[in-house]
Ligand binder design. Structure first.
Ligand SMILES: [Zn+2]
Ligand SMILES: [Zn+2]
Length: 387
């Protein structure tokens, strides 16, 4: 009996001992599990904040001489803004080929001036372009017609973008923030694009001039950007100090031709950029400029330019008058001229109207007729200068 009791007691003690050991093991396992889960979640949180989580964005400001062309690639998707002058289509095509681009998700024609839209017919002809954004302001230029014809031949229509609608390009997003009005000058009608990638932002301003800049400012939307593509090749008719201060870019990119005949970039713009401590990159001195974004940092293929060269005009006596000439060589009307006619759009302007400077010289005609005679002849007064 005593023996049995002892055995039972022993058994009980072994049992308790075992249970205690089991309990300790369970606690130890639980703690280990909690620690493991904690470490994993820490990693997960850290990883989601890591830049590698965003696919890299690359922006190429392609050297097209006197003109503009920008290629943007993110997450295997590509977008092209403008394609330089008529003779640059093939070199832009070669540049795209080198980057391994075989189709374009988006093509943007900022405005119909030849130094931006000229090369686009080649690109639209050669590439599968998913969406081609163009403004609905028509142009009478030959280059513009060539682009429309090329689209027509591919059974495609341009898309007129709506303001502020967000589009995706890989992990980047962009929207059109301008123009917010319709203008008489082609430059002011430029489509304005704001692109964002993680913490980095870019503003592409086409050739918009101060009038459109002021209207953009008055909308009150945030124009702040880390990188600003300087409007109109650094012309003093654009990049007003108020606008520049609002964007407050760390970096500015100027796309202009080496020794261009307009003296781009102009001193006023370079001085403003210098005052703001903005780092400047320029295609005339540095060729194609490439910047990479991981969503946090920006890495450039070259060091910023430090020459601050500006206003150097090189005239090429052999260059024929461009069909959509920039307005930097002013047109001066005869003293007896009453109005300036556009024989293509059938509008008439006061001789001092800005649109007269922008007009295709082939369509421009001076007249000494009075207002009623012009109205009778079917001409309509310009909405800007209200003759
Ligand atoms: Zn222009
Ligand atoms: Zn231009």
């Amino acid at each position: 009996m005593e023996k049995e009791l002892k055995a039972a007691a022993e058994e009980k003690s072994i049992d308790t001992h075992l249970r205690q050991r089991m309990n300790k093991t369970v606690i130890a396992f639980s703690i280990a599990a909690i620690v493991v889960v904690f470490i994993i979640s820490l990693f997960a949180i850290r990883r989601s904040n890591k830049p590698e989580e965003l696919s890299e964005l690359t922006v190429h400001f392609i050297d097209v001489g006197q003109g503009d062309s920008t290629l943007i690639i993110c997450g295997g998707e590509a977008m092209l803004i403008d394609a330089g002058n008529n003779d640059k289509g093939t070199s832009v095509q070669l540049y795209l080929q080198k980057q391994g681009i075989d189709k374009l998700k988006y093509v943007v024609s900022t405005h119909p001036d030849a130094d931006h839209l000229g090369g686009l017919d080649v690109i639209i002809y050669k590439y599968d372009c998913n969406t081609v954004f163009m403004s609905d302001v028509k142009s009478d230029s030959i280059s513009y017609q060539e682009v429309l014809d090329t689209l027509n031949n591919k059974w495609q229509k341009p898309t007129v973008p709506s303001l502020y609608e967000a589009y995706n390009l890989g992990d980047a997003t962009f929207s059109f923030v301008g123009p917010v009005n319709i203008y008489d000058s082609s430059n002011n009608n430029s489509l304005i694009i704001k692109l964002e990638h993680g913490q980095n932002s870019f503003l592409f301003t086409g050739d918009q001039e101060k009038e459109a800049e002021d209207d953009l400012l008055s909308t009150g939307i945030s124009l702040k950007a880390d990188v600003l593509k300087i409007a109109h090749h650094g012309s003093h008719s654009s990049t007003g100090t108020g606008f520049l201060r609002n964007v407050s870019p760390q970096y500015a990119v100027i796309s202009c031709g080496d020794g261009n005949e307009y003296g781009f970039p102009h001193r006023e713009v370079m001085d403003s950029l210098k005052r703001l401590n903005c780092k400047v990159f320029r295609t005339d001195e540095q060729g194609s400029i490439v910047v990479k974004s991981n969503g946090i940092e920006l890495n450039w293929n070259v060091e910023p330019s430090t020459t601050w060269n500006c206003g150097i005009v090189t005239r090429n006596p052999d260059s024929p008058a461009d069909e959509d000439k920039h307005p930097d060589i002013p047109f001066i009307a005869n003293p007896e001229t009453t109005y300036i006619l556009n024989k293509s759009s059938l509008k008439f302007h006061n001789p001092n109207c800005e649109a007269v400077q922008e007009m295709n010289p082939l369509n421009r005609e001076e007249t000494t007729e009075d207002r009623d005679a012009l109205l009778n002849a079917g001409y309509v007064p310009c909405k800007a200068c209200k003759p």
